[in-house]
Design a protein around this ligand. Sequence first.
Ligand SMILES: NC(=O)c1ccc[n+]([C@@H]2O[C@H](COP(=O)([O-])OP(=O)(O)OC[C@H]3O[C@@H](n4cnc5c(N)ncnc54)[C@H](OP(=O)(O)O)[C@@H]3O)[C@@H](O)[C@H]2O)c1
Length: 225
Amino acid sequence: MDNEALMMTIAVLGGTGKEGKGLAYRWAKAGYQVLIGSRTPEKAIGAAAEIIELMDGGGSVVGMTNPEAARQAHIVVLTVPYSAHRDTLESVKEELKGKLFIDVTVPLVPPKVTKVQMPAAGSAAQEAKQILGEDAEVVAAFQNISHEHLLGNGEVACDVLVTGTSKNARQEALKLVDAAGLTGWDAGPIENSVVVEGLTSVLININKQYGSSHAGIKITGAKNK
Ligand SMILES: NC(=O)c1ccc[n+]([C@@H]2O[C@H](COP(=O)([O-])OP(=O)(O)OC[C@H]3O[C@@H](n4cnc5c(N)ncnc54)[C@H](OP(=O)(O)O)[C@@H]3O)[C@@H](O)[C@H]2O)c1
C-alpha cells in the first residue's frame, strides 16, 4: 500500500451500481479511502458494507449522498447511466471545483446499445467538460472494462485508454488505473474519448455476436512500463 493512496480520498458517484462498485472495491483494496455516492444514503451505506465484506472487514469505504461524497473527496469518479449523466453532474458541479474528475459514463442509448450514438458535444466526457466549465480537469477512463472483471481478483484481459484535458490529469488518472490492477495507456486529449466511449458499443456487439460477456481490448506493439 503506497503512501499516496493512504492520503487520497476517491468518491465514486453512482458507486452503488455494477461498474462503480467494482472500481470502488479495487481502489479500497489498494489502500485508498473510498466514498460511495448515491441518490439514497441507505443504498450507499449498503454498497459500502458489501465491499468491506468482500475485503474481510478491511478497507475504508463509506456510503453517503453524491454531493456529500463529491465534497469530501480529492478525486471524483462518475459511474451512472448516460440518461442520468447531466443531472448528476449538475447536482455536484460546485463540489468538483479544483478536483480531478474522471468520467466512466458511456453514452449508450437503449435499446440500440450495439450502435455508436454519440451526443452533440462529441462524447459524454466532452459534455461533462461543457457542464463543469473551462477550468475543469476532465478525464475519461474505464469505459471498455466490464464490471464482471472488477469484483474479481484475477488479471484483467482488457487495457484502459485514458483521455483527458491535460497530460497531468491523465497521469493522475493512470495512477488509479495502476492501483486498480489494470494496464492503462495515455490515449491523448479529451477529444479522443469519442473513440474510446464508442468502442464500448463495438465490444457489446462482439459480446452479443460471439456469446461472450466481457470482450475487451489490448494495446500491442508498445510498452508502457
Ligand atoms: N456495467 C459495466 O460493465 C460498464 C462497463 C464500462 C462502462 N460502464 C458505464 O458506467 C456507467 C455505470 O454503469 P453501471 O452498469 O454501473 O450502471 P447501473 O448499475 O445501472 O447504475 C449505476 C448507478 O447509477 C445510479 N442511477 C441509475 N439510474 C439513475 C438515474 N436515472 N438518475 C440518477 N442516478 C441513477 C444508481 O445509483 P443510486 O440509485 O444509488 O443513485 C445506480 O446504482 C454507465 O455509463 C455505463 O455505460 C459500465
